[in-house]
Design a protein around this ligand. Structure first.
Ligand SMILES: NC(=O)c1ccc[n+]([C@@H]2O[C@H](COP(=O)([O-])OP(=O)(O)OC[C@H]3O[C@@H](n4cnc5c(N)ncnc54)[C@H](OP(=O)(O)O)[C@@H]3O)[C@@H](O)[C@H]2O)c1
Length: 302
């Protein structure tokens, strides 16, 4: 069986490859990772006889060779260098679809996001809505994994938690006791690997949300930082009206609006906070807890 990973360099793709390579039953498994620059494939993968890195740039459909692929992992790479991220999502998905149509891919596993079912009001998450629309019938079997907020997003707080005399982290999730689903990237990799390999699916497209073992609030994040460092860690909430200035500190101007709308969209009163009425029937849960992910940020540090 041949599984192709596009693009193979993303964090979720790496977790998927790691999970596939550790699957004991698949002696006939071949994994092709498509990279803009294959020399960036890590030795952890290239040293494995079942893994091969090859060139593939989602900007150019002609470089996406899916010949021999049985199952394809695909996600929409975020780009901060374009003025219109939605046009990029359309282009990336159409290039991917064109490559699928030239080949005999039987199954596509698309990494998407919670909230991708909504057409508007979701900001950056609309890139996933666009990808779902274009790819949902691109192969006989399509799996759409709508992942929750990545627990690893909290890595952005590590430097201020570590380096300051008064350790703190900033949170765009308010109020602080508001609970949201969060999932570890490792569990996204396991879920995607499992759905690339499973012999049968209930339907196509097969859509589910992927959450962690339980929802978490920012107070849980604060507790996890405290447990990991042994220090009292403060939270600096970023209120809704301050979101444009907050995102403007580190995002290009064209992305500030989509990130503000995405954030407001999942806070109380937002379009995504209403939840998907079907979601409860379709939630799968990872096993990794928030404390394990945040603790991992500090492994090996003094
Ligand atoms: N963060 C969240 O809470 C969250 C939640 C749900 C869903 N999501 C979705 O998850 C996705 C992000 O996943 P991630 O964090 O795993 O991504 P990521 O680590 O940011 O990886 C993106 C990768 O895409 C590669 N890339 C960029 N342009 C490319 C091109 N033209 N051709 C081939 N490769 C290209 C880059 O690799 P090189 O530079 O090495 O080429 C980069 O490593 C997004 O679609 C996002 O909407 C995120």
């Amino acid at each position: 069986m041949q599984i192709t990973i596009l693009p193979a360099s993303s964090k979720t793709a790496q977790a998927t490859i790691r999970s596939l390579l550790s699957t004991p039953t698949n002696t006939n498994l071949h994994i092709r990772g498509l990279y803009r620059d294959p020399t960036r494939a890590p030795p952890e993968f290239t040293s494995h006889p079942a893994f091969h890195a090859t060139h593939g740039d989602i900007r150019d459909a002609n470089t996406l060779d899916l010949a021999g692929t049985d199952a394809l992992f695909v996600m929409t790479p975020p780009r901060h260098d374009v003025d219109d991220i939605f046009q990029w999502a359309r282009e990336a998905s159409e290039n991917t679809r064109a490559a699928i149509e030239r080949s005999s891919v039987r199954r596509v596993v698309l990494l998407s996001s919670m909230g991708a079912e909504f057409e508007s009001g979701t900001g950056e998450i609309r890139t996933n809505h666009i990808a779902e629309e274009i790819l949902q019938d691109a192969a006989p079997e399509v799996v759409i994994v709508r992942a929750a907020y990545f627990m690893e997003n909290w890595a952005g707080g590590v430097s201020s938690v570590k380096d300051q005399e008064n350790p703190y982290f900033e949170s765009v999730i308010t109020p602080l006791e508001y609970e949201v689903p969060m999932v570890a990237i490792k569990d996204i990799g396991s879920a995607c690997a499992a759905h690339l390999l499973t012999p049968t699916l209930p339907e196509s497209p097969y859509i589910f949300e992927l959450h962690g073992p339980k929802p978490y609030s920012v107070l849980d994040v604060q507790r996890a930082f405290k447990d990991a460092t042994g220090k009292d860690v403060a939270v600096r909430p970023v209120e809704k009206q301050d979101l444009p200035a907050f995102f403007g500190q580190f995002l290009p101007p064209a992305l500030v609006g989509p990130f503000v709308e995405m954030t407001v969209g999942f806070l109380p009163g937002g379009v995504m906070a209403q939840g998907n009425p079907d979601a409860e029937k379709r939630v799968q849960r990872g096993r990794t807890g928030l404390g394990d992910v945040i603790g991992g940020f500090f492994e090996g540090s003094a």
